[in-house]
Ligand binder design. Structure first.
Ligand SMILES: [Zn+2]
Length: 344
């Protein structure tokens, strides 16, 4: 079968042939229909996830697929089920690491991967959904959308009417604007360095877009809303400069959530750090997937989708094929895309 393989750190993926091995206890074979691309894969390609020792290996951690076969012990899904492929652990067995054959050698992979025609996954990394929900929505539930909803709900504990700023409007950032809107935040401010993100921000009901390369965030906020601070700031960029510029904008009970990962060894300086003690005690925290709990949260999100409340319109900016995966990754790297869907 065809798969995209990371053979060398900081290099394009190889789209080549990989053979499947027999399923072991708790493993499921999934025919992958669509996959998203997440910033985490850029970090893996750069070797920033302590992953250099595992190459060659497979990538991808949000997808939608159909169950093709199940290994011994699997009870959660059966052949033909449509499933969300997610990296956070849900119910079910935590299997051994799946293996494949690549260039005549055994290749170990993560417990969830999605950049391939078929994928062997651990039972606890998939969750069944109704057949009639869209494949793209199903894929976004694997990471981007679920992380965004989890960050807003679990990490930020957003109250109706609180202000939210999202820094970095890639796929996750677009999902965060959407999540803040569903949760009735006001105002919702999107920040990016590319003007084409203004349209994405506004279409997802963000109230203000600021190009932080051209304008001072602080000055625009003051001019447009007469406000000096923001209740919840979520950074997806991992950019030192924008983190340093926005931390001082936190309100007295503000929560600053870091999603984007700084480059290894990089530091952030907190200038005038005494402002952190103004008010009720501000919070700066890093999140792992917004504490998204697949078995509990996916059924709730499917219900909202079926009711027309949760939408994916305007979040997906590109649809590409597995053969074009390196072009797709370049678009994510350049910050020019919202979510990109790979049709496998
Ligand atoms: Zn992700």
């Amino acid at each position: 079968m065809k798969a995209a393989i990371l053979e060398k750190i900081n290099s394009p993926l190889t789209v080549g042939d990989v053979a499947l091995t027999e399923l072991s206890f708790g493993q499921v074979l999934v025919k992958v229909l669509v996959s998203g691309i997440c910033g985490a894969q850029l970090q893996e390609i750069a070797g920033n996830k302590n992953n250099a020792k595992y190459i060659p290996h497979l990538l991808g951690h949000e997808g939608c697929g159909l169950v093709e076969d199940v290994g011994v012990g699997v009870t959660k899904v059966k052949k033909g089920d449509k499933v969300v492929m997610h990296w956070r652990k849900g119910d079910g067995i935590e299997s051994d690491f799946p293996t494949y054959i690549f260039k005549g050698k055994t290749m170990r992979s993560g417990k969830i991967t999605t950049f391939s025609e078929y994928s062997i996954v651990s039972e606890n990394r998939i969750t069944s959904v109704p057949q009639d929900i869209s494949n793209e929505f199903c894929a976004l539930l694997g990471c981007g959308m679920s992380t965004a909803l989890g960050v807003v709900e679990n990490e930020a504990d957003l109250k109706i009417g609180e202000s939210v700023m999202v820094v970095g409007l890639g796929g996750l950032g677009a999902n965060l604007i959407n999540a803040a809107s569903i949760r009735r935040a006001y105002p919702i401010i999107g920040v990016d360095i590319h003007d084409n993100k203004k349209e994405i921000c506004e279409s997802l009901k963000g109230h203000l877009f600021i190009n932080c390369k051209k304008e001072s965030i602080k000055d625009v906020l003051n001019e447009k809303f007469g406000v000096k601070n923001v209740d919840i700031i979520i950074d997806t960029s991992g950019n030192k400069k924008s983190i340093e510029e926005t931390i001082p904008l936190l309100s007295g009970s503000g929560r600053y959530i870091l999603i984007g990962q700084l480059a290894p060894g990089e530091s952030v300086e907190l200038s005038n750090a005494e402002h952190l003690f103004n008010g009720e005690g501000k919070v700066i925290k890093a999140t792992q997937g917004g504490k998204f709990s697949p078995s509990v949260d996916i059924p709730r999100y499917v219900k909202l989708y079926k009711a027309g409340i949760l939408k994916i319109d305007n979040i997906i900016t590109h649809r590409m094929k597995l053969d074009q995966i390196n072009d797709a990754i370049d678009l994510v790297r350049k910050g020019q895309a919202g979510r990109i869907i790979i049709n496998i």
